[in-house]
Design a binder for this molecule. Structure first.
Ligand code: AMP
Ligand code: MG
Length: 321
């Protein structure tokens, strides 16, 4: 028997119920002017891990963090003069900035997929803004669909795609833009467009002068996907997978109940959501030159385990030539 998804009209009562859900680590789908987002508290590792679980994503991609305005964005990322100019021109609206993460941001490492950068956007949709105001914090939200499906522009699309994997769906009618937000990378000297969207390259160039189009392959190079541009976080020391033990000089990263005491453990109870929530913080904690390598105990290749193993394999390969 399939249970029906929890679609509610976006009135005052349900908006406040949605904010309460977010505060207790729940998942709430809500309309933005681009597409419906699958939202969670961006500071809560467990809640963010649940996003990946609900979408059945086979890998951890960085997520866009939704905020009300420039001052709130500046709490989480370095909003330089270029970001301020762009925000003045296009926020609130369908434009996301990838900027350096502030060390004191308090954001989950999982929203950045372990990177030192964060994507920030202030959406224009009145219901998204109403929810942000009631919640009073940053909301991580990718599109509210299962991995590989098209983005939802109606509450019923979300229900069809995610069913009861989402705690509550706020129905705000059809999304006006129906296209994902434009993504611009402001981490380097030259601004770079990472994803096309409703705000065009020409509009960005009008404000900033030069903006590189990183969505197109440079001459003689393979096309760059957003995932490649994001660069994957990898520890500076080697990672060895499916280890039963640490050998000389290695440090062990455990999973499950059979882990020796005093060893860092992704989840003593073998819970993959907890393991995903702890992954990047654990890797960073063990990434020290005093160790020769990080030896990671086996993680089951099911559910979120696939995304965890995908990230660990990339980290392992980063040191294999
Ligand atoms: P979605 O949240 O599903 O709309 O997708 C987010 C988009 O923003 C993807 O194309 C990501 O690769 C990109 N993105 C988010 N955060 C970062 C980041 N820290 N660095 C680079 N790209 C990012
Ligand atoms: Mg998507």
């Amino acid at each position: 028997m399939t249970e029906a998804a929890n679609i509610l009209p976006a009135n005052d009562e349900n908006l406040s119920a949605a904010a309460t859900r977010l505060k207790s680590g729940g998942l709430v789908a809500f309309p933005t002017e681009t597409v419906y987002g699958l939202g969670a508290d961006a500071r809560d590792d467990r809640a963010v891990a649940r996003i990946f679980e609900a979408k059945n994503r086979p890998s951890f991609n960085p997520l866009i963090v939704h905020v009300l305005d420039l001052p709130s964005a500046a709490q989480y990322g370095e909003m330089d003069a270029r970001a301020q100019q762009l925000a003045a021109a296009f926020w609130p609206g369908p434009l996301s900035f990838v900027v350096p993460r502030r060390a004191d941001s308090g954001l989950s490492l999982l929203v950045s997929a372990g990177l030192d950068t964060v994507a920030l956007r202030a959406p224009a949709h009145p219901l998204a803004r109403n929810l942000l105001t009631r919640f009073g914090g940053p909301i991580a939200a990718p599109s509210a669909n299962t991995a590989g499906e098209v983005s939802p522009t109606l509450a019923s699309h979300v229900a069809q795609s995610l069913g009861t994997n989402v705690d509550l769906i706020l129905d705000g009618g059809a999304c006006a833009v129906g296209l994902e937000s434009t993504v611009i990378d402001l981490c380097g000297d030259r601004p770079a467009l990472l994803r096309h969207g409703a705000v065009t390259l020409e509009q960005l160039q009008d404000v900033l002068g030069v903006v590189d189009d990183a969505t197109r392959p440079a001459d003689g190079q393979a096309p760059r996907s957003p995932g490649q541009i994001a660069r994957h976080y990898a520890p500076s020391i080697p990672v060895r997978l499916n280890a039963s033990d640490a050998v000389a000089g290695e440090v062990l990263l455990g999973f499950g109940s059979g882990v020796p005491e005093g060893v860092q453990n992704l989840s003593p109870s073998g819970d993959l959501t907890e393991a995903a929530a702890n992954l990047f913080a654990a890797l960073r904690a063990l990434d020290s030159p005093e160790h020769r390598a990080i030896a990671v105990m086996p993680i089951p290749e099911t559910g979120l385990g696939r995304a965890i193993n995908d990230r660990l394999r990339r980290a392992a390969e980063a040191h294999n030539g």
